[in-house]
Design a protein around this ligand. Structure first.
Ligand SMILES: NC(=O)c1ccc[n+]([C@@H]2O[C@H](COP(=O)([O-])OP(=O)(O)OC[C@H]3O[C@@H](n4cnc5c(N)ncnc54)[C@H](OP(=O)(O)O)[C@@H]3O)[C@@H](O)[C@H]2O)c1
Length: 285
């Protein structure tokens, strides 16, 4: 590509950042729309976050993503926050506007868009969500915002579930439960949609979250893990005739929402998805 004095600079900060797929996805999007822009990874140590953010601001970097471990701590270095970012206390996208830095959180909207893309509407649905970590916060919030009838949250660490329940309870009907086989068995019976936001299923040999033979037939099962593309949870759900959705769509759409915030243009979703599939699975379909 041709870099000139007018080329806009975007990027991502994280520690580590080498594993990030965002440079690949956003670069493909800029190229697809022939935008004069580059997107680069910046590895930023936690103790250097303040300097890094003011450096990005001073250099007029137009926008950047934030990944682990900076999503919460970056907030104190920003000028304004979107409503979602403020509620969640976490930012994954920053836009520079007239010298000010505005923080957004696109994870939740990315999740909902990925469901819509697969024809799944959340409004009025009874949702059972596993996990109470960072991803659960954004996903749970988005589910309630999209009109879920109620959200049952199950987590191994009950204290963590409690904290999440207190936060999300401000936005809708949320009940929390410990990760126990008999409790889950009861909750499964009333779920229209099951969402896994835990990291269980990422690695071969991971334990099962619960007895997957108890998944009700024909419901929707979502796993926000994108690698492997089919976790044991999704495999079992598919065998039960459920509609299954993995985390690739969420990954693409959170990036697409960021792209749209930065450029004001519709993101080239299929191109972004194609490059990710090639990178992750060695195929584009
Ligand atoms: N598709 C996407 O765009 C996207 C975006 C963000 C994250 N993710 C994926 O979401 C997953 C979680 O990310 P995160 O940032 O929320 O991580 P996190 O904050 O570290 O939370 C991890 C969650 O997994 C649970 N967990 C871990 N090991 C477990 C086990 N053996 N049994 C039961 N529960 C277990 C934790 O439970 P405890 O609280 O009990 O420890 C916690 O609820 C990761 O796989 C990540 O790749 C995907």
């Amino acid at each position: 590509m041709k870099i000139t004095g007018k080329t806009a600079v975007y990027g991502i900060i994280g520690y580590p950042v080498k594993h990030s797929l965002s440079p690949l996805m956003q670069t493909a999007a800029f190229k697809e729309l022939s935008l004069d822009a580059v997107y680069v990874p910046f590895e930023v140590k936690p103790e250097e976050l303040k300097e890094a953010v003011s450096g990005l601001k001073a250099l007029s970097v137009k926008g950047f993503n934030i990944t682990v471990p900076h999503k919460e701590r970056v907030i104190e270095h920003l000028d304004f926050l979107s409503e979602d970012a403020e509620f969640l206390g976490a930012v994954n996208t920053v836009k520079e506007e007239e010298g000010k830095l505005i923080g957004y959180n696109t994870d939740g909207e990315g999740f909902i868009r990925s469901l819509k893309e697969e024809g799944v509407e959340v409004e009025g649905k009874k949702v059972l969500m596993f996990g109470a970590g960072g991803a659960a916060k954004a996903v749970g919030y988005a589910l309630l915002k999209a009109g879920a009838k109620f959200l049952n949250v199950v987590n191994r660490n009950f204290q963590r579930a409690k904290a999440l329940g207190e936060l999300l309870g401000k936005r809708g009907n949320v009940l929390i439960y410990p990760l126990k086989e008999n409790t889950v068995e009861v909750l499964l019976k009333e779920a229209d949609v099951i969402v896994n936001t835990t990291s269980v299923g990422m690695k071969e040999g991971d334990p099962y979250l619960f007895d997957y033979s108890k998944i009700p037939k024909g419901i929707t099962v979502v796993d926000i893990i994108y690698n492997p593309p089919e976790t044991p949870l999704l495999k079992a759900a598919k065998e039960k005739g459920c509609k299954v959705i993995n985390g690739l769509g969420m990954l693409v759409h959170q990036g697409a929402v960021a792209f749209e915030i930065w450029t004001g243009k519709r993101a080239p979703i299929s191109k972004m998805k194609k490059v990710l599939k090639e990178e992750l699975y060695g195929r584009s379909t």
